[in-house]
Design a protein around this ligand. Structure first.
Ligand SMILES: NC(=O)c1ccc[n+]([C@@H]2O[C@H](COP(=O)([O-])OP(=O)(O)OC[C@H]3O[C@@H](n4cnc5c(N)ncnc54)[C@H](O)[C@@H]3O)[C@@H](O)[C@H]2O)c1
Length: 247
């Protein structure tokens, strides 16, 4: 019997709940969808296993899926991005959630396996670790995960890296179910990559180094969706931007 959650400290739930409430106010589209789903119940009877950054925004997403009738299990797609208070909130709100900030590589994959043990009909992935684990289990595992992949009818993958991994699996004819390459939707790559990652990548550099960008030389390697967003933002902050791009 798998634990119904694996989080750092349930005592952080109230703080997490406030954060999720704050995120909800900036996510009007998902709020609208949640309202519609609560009438239409498109996911009634479906179990969704999601491997995503466990953040307040993901919490709004999984709540919307539940409004639509889904049973949701969630694990971390990165051992360093989990917001422990949000994970605690989700666990206390009845979600099967597995992840805490700073988990080891071994715990990270254990968490994915716990998430998958709920028997998904649909998967939501961010980097393809969940899908890879599911397929690997089918190849080498004994129960309970060995046949889990047979039940899955479809999934989504949102990252460039994950889509590349899945395309490689498809080429090798080992991918067992269809997956929507969300990263290739214009509504993702034209917005999330340049605007979201364009901001968060710079934000990470600034937090880690505490440097003032104005007057610095910034070299951006690759002027694609993400790189162009980073370059534009770095220039806006006063940096001298150099782009390296072979295309
Ligand atoms: N962490 C995140 O939130 C996040 C989000 C989106 C993308 N990414 C990552 O960012 C990277 C770029 O994603 P994207 O959506 O902008 O892809 P993209 O395909 O739009 O852009 C990649 C660019 O890099 C260029 N390039 C390829 N090889 C190069 C080389 N050797 N030197 C310099 N440039 C080179 C390509 O010509 C292309 O213009 C990927 O690795 C992706 O996984 C991360």
């Amino acid at each position: 019997m798998v634990e119904s959650y694996w989080v750092k400290d349930l005592g952080l739930a109230e703080q997490g709940s406030r954060k999720v409430g704050m995120a909800e106010t900036s996510m009007p589209v998902l709020r609208l969808l949640a309202k519609r789903y609560s009438d239409e119940r498109p996911f009634d009877g479906f179990t969704v296993s999601a491997c995503l950054h466990i953040t307040k925004e993901t919490a709004v997403l999984v709540k919307a899926l539940r409004e639509g009738g889904a049973k949701v299990s969630l694990c971390a797609s990165n051992p360093l991005s989990t917001q422990d208070d949000v994970a605690a909130f989700l666990a206390s709100d009845g979600f099967q959630v597995y992840g805490f900030r700073g988990m080891s590589r071994r715990d990270y994959y254990n968490a994915i396996r716990m998430c998958l043990s709920h028997g998904p009909d649909l998967t939501i992935d961010d980097g393809a670790d969940l899908v890879a684990t599911l397929h690997q289990a089918a190849a080498v595992d004994t129960e309970p995960l060995k046949h889990a992949v047979d039940r899955v009818v479809g999934g989504t993958e949102e990252t460039t890296t994950g889509v590349n991994r899945l395309k490689a699996m498809e080429r090798e004819k080992v991918l067992r179910y269809p997956i929507v390459a969300v990263n290739e939707a214009l509504s993702k790559s034209l917005f999330d990559n340049p605007l979201g990652t364009g901001q968060s990548a710079l934000d990470g550099v600034m937090r880690a180094t505490n440097v003032l960008l104005a007057g610095k030389n910034v070299v951006v390697c690759g002027y694609g969706r993400v790189g162009s967003g980073i370059a534009e933002r770095a220039r806006g902050l006063g940096a001298r931007v150099i782009v390296v791009e072979p295309d």
